[in-house]
Design a protein around this ligand. Structure first.
Ligand code: ATP
Ligand code: MG
Length: 266
């Protein structure tokens, strides 16, 4: 008899009993979680708990050793995505940023976003070489759409600057811009404010709210900055040694004795 849980109508992502082993290490040890459409959820826990590994499983960087990952695609259909390639998962509407910034350093800010846009348009290599009228028009559209995304992220003053010349906080924002350029319904942010100062953190908190409220994109974020997590997220999962030890509202998590013991401290 199957005990498989069905994806509810209001859910966009489900992890069903995910296990991820590296050699003898069980980095993820039977994690089940779900993300509701339109929510801002957080995944927290100590260093090495397995948070990034979960993102890597969701986005196809790793194929989980066991378990299933399902999404509710834009059409409303439920699809299994575990084992699919990262670019395929991205085209299905899941985008992410990385814990360590990964930008094309020697390309302009605009070009970094355009690359994300091109990936989502599946523009063929041949089409890019044969620069006919239609291709040129598409290129112009990609430039305009990419610029709009830069404006939303308040990066438009840097449009033609090389990515490597951006202040640190803006580099992190550019990563988010590039992820948004792929037109996701679910955005996964891995420590978006790591290394940011207090002002940059507040600005990004506002940006996260805008992305959800105005763009209607569901967000799952990993973060060690607890004031940001408690402020911005509606639901929190807590991971410790590859297992979930708690799930709840910020208030519930703050007062959960297991979470205090494992992570938050007294
Ligand atoms: N490719 C890999 N090969 C071997 N071990 C790995 C690999 N990726 C992750 N791990 C191990 O899996 C465990 C979980 O790592 P992970 O990066 O997911 O933790 P994390 O919760 O994101 O931690 P942090 O808060 O420090 O970013 C760690 O013990 C890590 O060393
Ligand atoms: Mg990590």
């Amino acid at each position: 008899m199957s005990t498989e849980r069905l994806l509810y109508e209001n859910e966009v992502l489900e992890l069903d009993n995910i296990v991820m082993t590296f050699g003898g290490l069980r980095a993820i040890d039977g994690v089940s979680m779900h993300i509701d459409k339109g929510e801002i959820a957080a995944l927290i826990g100590p260093n090495g708990a397995g948070k990034t590994t979960i993102f890597n499983c969701i986005t196809g960087v790793y194929k989980p050793t066991e378990g299933k990952i399902k999404i509710r695609s834009r059409s409303g259909a439920v699809e299994e995505i575990h084992g699919l390639k990262p670019n395929v998962i991205n085209q299905k509407g899941l985008a992410r940023t990385f814990q360590n910034i990964r930008l094309f350093n020697n390309m302009s800010v605009l070009e970094n976003v355009m690359i994300g846009r091109h990936n989502s348009l599946k523009a063929g290599v041949l089409k890019a070489i044969v620069r006919d009228k239609a291709t040129k028009e598409e290129e112009q559209r990609v430039i305009e759409e990419s610029y709009e995304i830069l404006k939303k992220l308040k990066l438009d003053p840097y449009t033609n600057e090389m990515a490597k010349n951006l202040p640190y906080g803006e580099q992190r924002r550019l990563e988010i811009a590039r992820a948004l350029a792929t037109d996701p319904f679910l955005l996964l942010l891995d420590e978006p404010v790591a290394g940011m100062n207090a002002q940059e953190t507040r600005d990004l908190e506002e940006t996260i709210d805008i992305i959800r409220d105005k763009e209607h994109i569901t967000i799952l974020l990993i973060e060690h900055d607890m004031s940001l997590v408690m402020e911005v997220s509606e639901r929190i999962y807590v991971l410790d040694y590859g297992r979930l030890i708690a799930e709840g509202t910020p208030k519930e998590i703050k007062h959960n004795p297991d979470v205090i013991r494992a992570y938050l401290g007294e």
